[in-house]
Design a protein around this ligand. Sequence first.
Ligand code: CP
Length: 304
Amino acid sequence: MFKAKRLISIDDLDQEDVMELYQVTKKFKSINEQAIRKTSFLKDFTVANLFFEDSTRTRVSFELAEKRLSADSISFSTGTSSVKKGETLNDTVRNLVSMKIDLIVIRHNISGAAHFVSNHTGLPVINAGDGTNEHPTQALLDLFTLYDQGLENKDIRICLMGDILHSRVAGSSIKLWQKLGIQFEIYSPKTAQRNLSGARFMKTRNLAGFNILYNLRIQKERQNVELIPGEMEYQKYFGTKEQDLKPNQFIMHPGPINRGVELDSGSADSPNSLILEQVNTGVSLRMAVLYLLAQKKGPVEPLL
Ligand code: CP
């Protein structure tokens, strides 16, 4: 029985919840591979997608997930809303709630925004990325992608590379990996590190022992000061290059990629790259999260 009532953080899930979520994701993944992908599980259920910050993958995959579940959904972005006229986050969501929405998906540039909305609405809320805090569906879909390659927890050795300081993907992934006992180390410029309990930072680059090279984006939009001397230096000392790849190493990245910085094109597009597979999994994983959280509002057609 899925216990979580919202998905603001990986802390909202215990191990059993993660496993149940993955069983449901597997079922939706097989539905998504069929010719007819549309289902009616969330008929008469209304989802509001509130994107206060830019997004391609997360926004489109939530919208697709909702359509494939037959939910009614509305998508809201700051640029075309009354937020531009100065309306507060609280007023915006209270107005939406009064229009009888059932669940909120929110992306916001402020850490804690999803938590705030959850506390002020009492609705199931899914955090689609808040500031530098967490991006739980990304962490969950990434790990599912590895399981889908036939890997088990004991086989997975991840080197997480890049801008840890600003990465909400790192915030959620590290919690998830620690919850499930997955081995990982971090390789990052000293200026782009932050204190994450239990995380080990590698002093010198040695990637030979890892079968997953997980690259994070350098988040220029969140840097008040430059963290790295230059993009060419970053690619040389911290980036992943096709010529250095071992045959058994998978490449992952949450996107969007700074091509030629975190990854050269050879590695981003190599047969070892799981990047587009991560995006593909995102739709099924988000269908599963929506399906399980919708049950907190009322009965939903069983998924056999
Ligand atoms: N991975 C991710 O969150 O990408 P978007 O910003 O395009 O949604």
